[in-house]
Design a protein around this ligand. Sequence first.
Ligand code: ADP
Ligand code: MG
Length: 245
Amino acid sequence: MLKVENLRKYFGGIKAVDNVSFEVRENSITALIGPNGSGKTTLFNLISGVIEKDSGKIILDKKNITNCSVNKISNIGVSRIFQKSRLFSNLSVRENLLIAIDNEDLKFWKNFLNKNKITREKESKVKKMLKLVEMSEFENKKASELSYGQKRLIELGRAILNPHKILLLDEPVAGVTPRLRNEISKLLTKMREEGETILLIEHDMNFALNLADNVIVMDEGKIIASGKPEKIKNNKKVLNAYLGE
Ligand code: ADP
Ligand code: MG
């Protein structure tokens, strides 16, 4: 589904992503873990076209997306949530979710004025999503009024509603209560059962290892281990990388 080949991005002397290659299988959850500053978010930024690579290749669904723009990549099928909030703060929770269904955010402003675009089907998708992330009562609140954890949930909802082939989730449960973490873990598992392909960055190693089919571990811009969670759990290099943090 997603194939990354020899991807490299340096920021001056910092080797943020250093010759990284991996593959994400269709209909699987792959967890990308590693200590702070190991290059995980940079890797997501490269895949979604937010920043330019130094070298390397990115293939999505057999299409070479290496030099495509953010919008093109999003239209081809990469949906992501960012580590920092990207909600429209002056719009309501409901409106933020409605936008996501229409995919192209900028075009949406035109669409939004055209009320015909807000179909009952879309409204019902939004309601269902709000229920899934347990945010129904916040439907008409402005995004700016939400707490950090609540924003994360709405961002997760947006990424899922956004038409896509692969979901890139950058720390989706950071700042979320343990109970809701559990619910989200179940939700992601259910989505995988329904055919979703998910690449997930998670700082909480236990959350990642319990959820993922495959794990990729980064440290200092490089992949230091990859494989099944059971194998990663006892990997010395991985434990050392986390201990050294
Ligand atoms: P992670 O998400 O694993 O915590 P990042 O990808 O955010 O790591 O960062 C990897 C390294 O690249 C860090 O040393 C970080 O300081 C550096 N870095 C990330 N983005 C930039 C940038 N835009 N300019 C300079 N350095 C950056
Ligand atoms: Mg990060």
